[in-house]
Design a protein around this ligand. Structure first.
Ligand code: SAM
Ligand code: SF4
Length: 324
């Protein structure tokens, strides 16, 4: 599927819940959010129907996200259902990793291909602070389980927050040295709670230059490029180091994705409040053709780029309601 700027749209991020067992400072407010009622959230069958329509239109990769996808009841069944769709090339998931130790084996058996795990600090106390109560050891165990199960490449998403975790960059590099992990440092985005944290925003370009010099990083094609990360080989290491300059480094010209929120809206662009209603069409007993028409509308509405560098954000959804 080509959009009006000739970009090939072949990647769908599917948020399966707006709930989460953590409350990351830049993602969800402390008091939580008014969660959607169960009946407002896409059912497993609806998520499957949407995935079928998307794949029939040329989507090759689907990523399940949230909120926290592993708190969604039936997530293992959902993985098996979506994995069974003919034409889908890759099914992956983004998780905070806290429930991976227990759910990893079943997810792998159900057909999950690979996984991204979010981890901003390796320090137990700081992890508790940034997630408002999480246990970093659960995540570290989850990472080892993902590696043992071969949910590879295992990517680690680390959002850099100035004054909080930029003193740990070396520790993350060491992690990629010892294990086949693909660390991606990510710029804090002005989305939802992130918009209130501008003082924590750290542009990645200077850091990238420093790390290339300090560690002799080499450009890499080793990790399949699935979009925005600028990935480097770490000489002598088992993993790689990457940078996602979501705010400063517009990768919009190669944007290949659509997002579906847990309450069934398609978001053509992360940075825009514009959404196309999918759940209404589905529940109005829309056919696969009707769903495809909604996808077409969303693809045609994809803007050429975002304006996050102005630290402006044109909508009221939290990142936990979009899925990253
Ligand atoms: N709960 C899962 C997790 O944490 O991986 C999946 C959903 S979470 C919204 C997806 C990704 O968005 C995470 O890697 C998280 O760090 C990132 N994220 C959330 N808010 C962000 C913000 N304001 N700026 C940059 N990344 C953000
Ligand atoms: Fe939950 Fe993920 Fe948001 Fe953290 S980043 S609050 S784990 S949805």
């Amino acid at each position: 599927m080509r959009d009006q700027f000739a970009r090939n749209i072949d990647y769908l991020r599917l948020s399966v819940t707006d709930r989460c067992n953590l409350r990351c400072l830049y993602c969800m407010p402390e008091e939580g959010v008014s969660l959607k009622k169960h009946e407002e959230i896409l059912t497993l069958e609806e998520l499957h129907l949407i995935s079928q329509a998307a794949v029939s239109m040329g989507i090759k990769k689907i990523r399940l996200t949230g909120g926290e996808p592993l708190v969604r009841k039936g997530i293992v069944d959902l993985v098996a259902m979506i994995k069974g769709i003919s034409g889908l090339e890759e099914l992956s998931l983004t998780t905070n990793g806290t429930l991976l130790k227990s759910l990893g084996p079943a997810l792998k058996k159900a057909g999950l291909d690979r996984i991204n795990i979010s981890l901003d600090t390796l320090d137990a106390q700081k992890y508790q602070q940034i997630t408002r109560g999480g246990d970093v050891n659960q995540v570290l165990d989850g990472i080892d389980v993902a590696l043992e199960l071969g949910l590879e490449p295992v990517k680690i998403n680390c959002v850099l927050v100035d004054g909080f975790n930029n003193d740990e960059i070396h520790k993350f590099v060491l992690l990629a040295e010892g294990k086949p992990l693909h660390i991606r440092f990510i710029e804090l985005m002005p989305i939802g709670e992130g918009q209130k944290k501008q003082d924590g925003y750290l542009p990645l370009e200077p850091l990238k230059k420093q790390l290339i010099e300090a560690y002799g990083l080499l450009p890499s094609s080793k990790v399949k490029a699935n979009g925005p990360a600028d990935q480097f080989v770490l000489p002598g290491g088992k993993g790689t180091i990457g940078f996602i300059g979501a705010v400063t480094n517009h990768f919009c010209h190669k944007c290949n994705r659509l997002r579906v929120t847990a309450d069934g809206k398609i978001k053509p662009c992360l940075d825009s409040g514009f959404e196309v209603d999918l759940i209404g069409v589905l529940r109005g007993k829309g056919s696969q053709k009707a769903l495809r028409d909604v996808f077409l509308e969303a693809i045609n509405a994809k803007p050429s780029g975002h304006n996050m560098n102005l630290w402006e954000y044109g909508q009221n959804r939290l990142m936990s309601q979009i899925g990253g």
